[in-house]
Design a protein around this ligand. Structure first.
Ligand code: NDP
Ligand code: 8X3
Length: 253
């Protein structure tokens, strides 16, 4: 049975975003799923519609482009603009290196995606939520927002910005009955490390050696839980790690 509610999930072609799409579909939400990889979006759309009997709308665009965000989200028919849940999830890390040796193109990609992309999407969706005096924004931060680790500098800074922006959004949206939750996951085995290490599968696998990491599903369960609470209850800030992880730096292997 559908709830009639709509969740917009950015970065739904893999990892947390894909798992969130599945979790919300299972709960009867209609979905707007986004990412750059059109083919994956279409496959997911088909699967979710068949399996859960919900409607899924796909939008393929790059969150780094303000014009692309405006064109894609602006193309939504009015009934799809009544978004109840926005999960700002699209993001990435690229490489690990000291700042003085850093690749400045990688910095641009991380900051443009993780910080500015999240802002562009939110800037468009927030007025729709405000007009309806209803909504919940989930920003995916990271344990990297809370603890800086060696060579993580710019990625950690981008996630610290997500932390600060979540606090700012919560204040700005307070009069409009809109919840803002920052969810900060620790080590999770998705495509994250493969992207960070630019396709080096060995390096990516090593990140999760010797302990049980989180899965996309673990994080999706927590994101959904945050959205399932009574209207007067809001989780502001939530850190979720594998049991073997204390913070972004300490992992027991
Ligand atoms: P994945 O690499 O598995 O998924 C990342 C998603 O982001 C993909 O759907 C990708 O879609 C999308 N994305 C990346 N860049 C863009 C872009 N420019 N425009 C639109 N979509 C984009 O990683 P995760 O699921 O692990 O990561 C999701 C979020 O969680 C990120 O913000 C990440 O920083 C954060 N995170 C991850 C942790 C982990 O250990 N895995 C821990 C803490 C936080 P496409 O390539 O199709 O565009
Ligand atoms: C992803 C987790 O520790 O690789 O944000 O930064 S970590």
């Amino acid at each position: 049975m559908t709830t009639g509610k709509i969740a917009l999930i950015t970065g739904a072609t893999a990892g947390f975003g894909e798992a969130c799409a599945e979790r919300f579909a299972r709960e009867g939400y209609h979905l707007i799923i986004t990412g750059r990889r059109q083919e994956r979006l279409q496959q997911l759309q088909q699967r979710l519609q068949e399996q859960y009997k919900v409607k899924a709308h796909t939008l393929a665009f790059d969150v780094r482009s303000k014009a692309a965000c405006e064109a894609a989200l602006g193309s939504l028919p009015a009934e799809w603009q009544a978004i109840n849940v926005l999960v700002n999830n699209a993001g990435l890390a690229l490489d690990l290196s000291p700042i003085d040796e850093g690749n400045t193109d990688d910095w641009d990609t991380m900051l443009d995606t993780n910080v500015k992309g999240l802002l562009y999407v939110s800037r468009i969706v927030m007025p729709w939520m405000k007009a309806r005096r209803q909504g919940h924004i989930i920003n995916i931060g990271s344990t990297a927002a809370k603890t800086v680790y060696a060579k993580g500098n710019v990625y950690c800074a981008s996630k610290a910005a997500v932390d600060a922006l979540s606090q700012g959004m919560r204040i700005d949206l307070l009069p409009y009955n809109i919840k803002v939750t920052a969810v900060h996951p620790g080590a999770a085995e998705t495509e994250f490390s493969l992207v960070r290490f630019k396709g080096d599968e060995g390096k990516a696998k090593d990140v999760y050696k010797g302990f049980t990491p989180l899965s996309g599903q673990d994080v999706a369960d927590v994101v959904y839980y945050c959205c399932s609470l009574p209207p007067h209850v809001c989780i502001n800030d939530l850190v979720i790690t594998p049991t073997a992880q204390a913070n972004a730096y300490y992992i027991h292997r």
